[in-house]
Design a protein around this ligand. Structure first.
Ligand SMILES: Nc1ncnc2c1ncn2[C@@H]1O[C@H](COP(=O)(O)OP(=O)(O)OP(=O)(O)O)[C@@H](O)[C@H]1O
Ligand SMILES: [Mg+2]
Length: 239
């Protein structure tokens, strides 16, 4: 198994608080790894460190064997895509949003390419010129994921992207992420509050709490964790 991301004793502190406390672990290439844990555990902070939005206070993060700080910012943006729960969009139609990453790089996106990416995320050709104001929550999330795919990222980071969606849309997004993972061999890190989702969609699961990585392993093994805090979370006793 090839490793995509390696974290070595990563700490992240602000002036007031010590958010991440010595995270060490490996994320395998081409696999879906989910991050679960109570609110405030540090999941989003960790994701932001993985795409260079934040830098570790101490410790090291390597992607494909190279430390994140050694990448050119533009190179890192292409290598690591991120989609957020809020799925921020620019005014305009779906095509304007899909072509945004390339326009920022002074390049352009062919309509045919845009359509093929839309099809990968389960949207139709007729949606290419739909105004993003008129999209449903699920469709918006699909466009947000499609936009990250334009750069063919090797790593895709997803932060609670299905949290505000209904069951049907959640299921569609689960399937689409699995499809992307298979089709492109993308390494996916997915934060979710939904443990069932973490266990069914992800091959590996990291359990974070109070800035520490309490458990990391195959998703199905998390349920038999001997860690009391993990068990309390599984029972629903922690929020
Ligand atoms: N820029 C910041 N300055 C100060 N504190 C912060 C900052 N960002 C996050 N925190 C704090 O760090 C802790 C971890 O936050 P983080 O957003 O990473 O948690 P999370 O696991 O993603 O939680 P949730 O499940 O609610 O999204 C929280 O206590 C949060 O209040
Ligand atoms: Mg979060």
């Amino acid at each position: 198994m090839q490793e995509a991301i390696r974290l070595s004793n990563v700490h992240y502190k602000t002036e007031d608080i010590h958010i991440l406390k010595g995270i060490t672990g490996v994320i395998n290439e081409g696999e879906i790894t989910t991050f679960v844990g109570p609110s405030g555990a540090g999941k989003t902070t960790l994701l932001k460190l993985l795409n260079g939005l934040l830098s570790p206070t101490t410790g090291k993060i390597e992607i494909n064997g190279k430390e994140i700080s050694q990448y050119e910012p533009t190179e890192l943006r292409k290598l690591v895509g991120i989609a957020l729960q809020s799925a921020p969009m620019v005014d305009g139609d779906v095509f304007d949003n899909l072509s945004l990453p390339l326009r920022l790089q002074n390049s352009s996106l062919a309509e045919q390419e845009a359509i093929s990416i839309l099809n990968v995320v389960g949207l139709g050709d007729d949606q290419l010129h739909q105004n993003v104001r008129d999209l449903s929550g699920g469709q918006r999330q699909k466009v947000s994921i499609a936009r990250t795919l334009v750069n063919r990222p090797k790593v895709l980071l997803l932060d609670e992207i299905t949290a505000s969606l209904d069951q049907v849309s959640q299921k569609e997004i689960n399937e689409l992420i699995q499809r992307v993972s298979k089709k492109y061999g993308t390494t996916i890190v997915w934060i979710t509050h939904n443990l069932k989702q973490a266990l069914t969609v992800g091959t590996y699961t990291w359990f974070l709490m109070e800035g520490q990585l309490l458990e990391a392993g195959k998703s199905e093994e998390i349920e038999s964790s001997r860690n009391e805090k993990v068990q309390a979370f599984l029972r629903g006793d922690l929020e």
